[in-house]
Design a protein around this ligand. Structure first.
Ligand code: GTP
Ligand code: MG
Length: 421
């Protein structure tokens, strides 16, 4: 049947929208950087050794271009590190860790009955070959993966504080999703901890998507709802997905359609009326019934090139729904991240390019005026000004072309990326 072994290949994953936009904006900023720093160099050279009454380059000009130069460097640094971020929340044992493992296609996070995940676990990709773990208190010290079961597991004595964060650095070549610039955060159950405001400050403000892992066997709980009320008070229009996990418990149940309808309706009312974060039709793409346990098993089998060995009724329907969740969630994640992370930098890049080009044009203009009004003086310093002016003229010409090219490039490519979603 279609679907088995069809583990979305990286090339046509919706995540590519972000991956491509990131590559593009980094390229464009590389060009902007070259342009601004060459303008900066030029201004420095042109103004050095010129007495102030002859200067065509003002100290303000120099300062502004130098500030722009520095600003572009720091934006480039930010852009290089940008990624998409998703956080999973829900009550203990609803299957948050299992759901994340299913998306990653591997048993990376500790899962188990009872209260398992004891602190925040952030999974991110590395180009290196070996996985390792780092804690916030010792960010430079790499720990082996085996320490994860101690650091992140509530059943072990060495466990950290619930709002502590442990980073799991996992080889990208073992996981296509992590290779596509995604960072996933697993959390302890929202019912076992009280300092939820602290969690929001620390883990939610820069997240692109939230996944509420609910339990299909019960219903949305007050603690879960309360938490997301807090989140949506702090963030404008958070993207929230609700997955009703453990739907395999429905298999063979007579009333399963009625139960599902009830859950859907409540989840929809929660998103649309209570939180007011999306409309009715959008909510349809935000609510799912899955079995993370089955999906993980199926993925592990697929990795071995084998069909899943699951005989529960309706398994395939649930697995398809999991894949649908995976796809819609990925496209929401990447389009949101492109907007929030790149749109502002695109505008900023354009305004810097415009500002620098304006300065260069002003300087050019000033040097032309000086040429007309100070013919005598020009004789004395003729050679110097002449060559300066030639340089300016050529520079301005080149800049004009480049600005035009870059501005068009920025508008076209990023505009295209933004509208692709
Ligand atoms: P905490 O870390 O304690 O907050 O729990 P969690 O939400 O991370 O749950 P976890 O993924 O550890 O899963 C809890 C238990 O539920 C494990 O024994 C899983 O195997 C089981 N489980 C997870 N998902 C499913 C599912 O879809 N169906 C069934 N039947 N069991 C599941
Ligand atoms: Mg867990």
């Amino acid at each position: 049947a279609a679907g088995f072994g069809a583990h979305a290949s990286a090339a046509n994953s919706p995540l590519q929208l972000f991956v491509r936009a990131k590559r593009k904006i980094n390229e464009i900023y590389g060009e902007v950087g070259d342009y601004v720093s060459s303008a900066h160099r030029f201004l420095t050279v042109t103004s050095s050794g010129v007495t102030s009454d002859l200067a065509v380059v003002s100290p303000e000009n120099k300062k502004l271009v130098s500030d722009h130069d520095r600003k572009v460097s720091s934006i480039r640094e930010v852009l290089r590190r940008d990624h998409m971020k998703v956080v999973f929340f829900g009550r203990t044992s609803n299957g948050k860790s299992t759901a994340i493992n299913a998306l990653l296609g591997d048993r990376i996070l500790p899962m188990g009955i009872g209260h398992t995940t004891s602190c925040f676990l952030q999974i991110e990709g590395t180009d290196e070959k070996e996985a390792y773990v780092v804690t916030e208190v010792q960010p430079d010290q790499r720990q082996s993966l085996t320490s994860l079961s101690q650091l992140g597991n509530a059943l072990c004595e060495e466990k950290l504080d619930a709002s502590a964060k442990v980073r799991i650095i996992w080889p990208k070549d073992k996981c296509p999703m992590l290779a596509q610039e995604v960072v996933i955060i697993d959390s302890p159950g929202i019912d076992v901890e009280s300092d939820l405001d602290d969690w929001i400050d620390k883990f939610c403000l820069d997240s692109d998507v939230f996944v509420l892992v609910a339990n299909a066997e019960s219903t949305l709980m007050l603690t879960e709802k309360k938490f997301f009320h807090k989140v949506s008070e702090r963030l404008s229009n958070p993207n929230i997905f609700i997955i009703h996990n453990r739907s395999d418990a429905f298999a063979g149940e007579e009333m399963q359609h009625e139960v599902k309808a009830q859950h859907s309706q409540r989840a929809q009312a929660f998103l649309v009326q209570e939180l007011n974060v999306c409309n009715r039709s959008e909510a349809e793409d935000r609510i799912y019934f899955i079995s993370a346990k089955e999906a993980l098993q199926a993925r592990l089998q697929e990795a071995k090139g084998q069909p899943p060995q699951i005989s529960t009724e309706d398994f395939f329907t649930r697995y398809l729904e999991f894949q649908k969740f995976e796809k819609n969630f990925a496209s929401c994640l990447s389009s949101t991240a492109v907007k929030t992370k790149f749109a502002q930098h695109t505008a900023r890049g354009q305004s810097i390019v415009n500002s620098v080009s304006q300065i260069l044009l002003d300087i050019h203009h000033r040097s032309q005026k000086r040429q007309q009004s100070q013919v005598a003086l020009r004789k004395e310093i003729g050679d110097r000004l002449d060559s300066t002016e030639k340089q300016l003229e050529q520079m301005t010409h080149e800049m004009k072309e480049k600005i035009h090219q870059i501005t068009e490039d920025v508008e076209y490519k990023v505009g295209k990326a933004l509208s692709e979603e």
